[in-house]
Ligand binder design. Structure first.
Ligand SMILES: Nc1ncnc2c1ncn2[C@@H]1O[C@H](COP(=O)(O)OP(=O)(O)O)[C@@H](O)[C@H]1O
Ligand SMILES: [Mg+2]
Length: 234
């Protein structure tokens, strides 16, 4: 559960998030809005890459803003990056295994965790392949697998489907949708593809100029005239 109260993030004179209030409490939540609306800023704020000017953010009732990024990772926060952070000369297995150096995990259960994450991401057949030999889709899936080890609590995906073809997007979509049930983590998903959001997110937050334009059940939000006007161009 993500509780946001009066959150303002500014870059100099640019107010990227403007006194935002939101309660996101569904297993898979969507975050949409026009370019420049503040979506990536919210992901950066949650993962500790940008500071808040004011406000309060809690995840599962724990205040986040005082925690540095390393502590947030240990707490269970995960994010995918728009440019994949795959180590070229490490195997797929070792790329995922390396995540465990930063998070709490049982000493004798790490192989099992890596195996489970790779299986979920459909990467078991290329576990031994070095990062350098992976195509875009598999790099993306390595990002997903890395987010799944070490007891994730909240996973943030910022446009994970960008550049993928339709079949690849479907595989990614199914993998993301199944995360809460199989790994116990909440998911916050940013995507331009409204059909994707509608397919797997039960609750959606719409931002526009750093403000909350709508928040609620995804279907209702997408049918909201204000949302259609500002975002869908209807
Ligand atoms: N590091 C930064 N420095 C200055 N301005 C930024 C920075 N990051 C984002 N912004 C500005 O904040 C606003 C929100 O950007 P962003 O969160 O990237 O939007 P979105 O992801 O919804 O497209 C934009 O006006 C953008 O130019
Ligand atoms: Mg963005």
């Amino acid at each position: 559960m993500i509780q946001i109260r009066g959150l303002t993030v500014a870059f100099g004179a640019v107010i990227a998030l403007d006194a935002l209030d939101a309660l996101l409490d569904e297993p898979v939540c969507g975050l949409i809005g026009p370019n420049g609306a503040g979506k990536t800023t919210l992901v950066n704020l949650l993962s500790g890459f940008v500071p808040a000017r004011s406000g309060d953010v809690r995840v599962d009732d724990t205040p986040l803003l005082g925690m540095d990024t390393a502590r947030r990772v240990r707490f269970g926060l995960r994010r995918s990056f728009q440019t994949e952070q795959v180590v070229e000369d490490l195997s797929v297995w070792d790329n995922v295994q390396a995540m465990l150096d930063h998070v709490p995990h049982p000493l004798d259960g790490s192989d099992e965790q890596v195996h489970r994450a790779l299986e979920h991401a459909g990467l078991l057949d290329c576990a031994a392949v070095p990062g350098a030999e992976l195509d875009l889709f598999r790099r993306r899936m390595v990002e997903v697998a890395k987010a799944l080890v070490g007891e994730p609590r909240l996973i943030l995906f910022d446009e994970p489907g960008a550049g993928l073809d339709e079949r690849e997007s479907r595989v990614l979509r199914d993998a993301i949708a199944a995360i809460p049930e199989r790994f116990g983590a909440q998911v916050l998903l940013i995507d331009h593809d409204v059909d994707l959001i509608a397919a797997i997110c039960t609750q959606t937050l719409v931002l526009d100029f750093g403000r909350r334009l709508a928040l609620g059940a995804t279907r209702e939000v997408l049918d909201d005239p204000a949302v259609r006007q500002a975002y869908l161009g209807a």
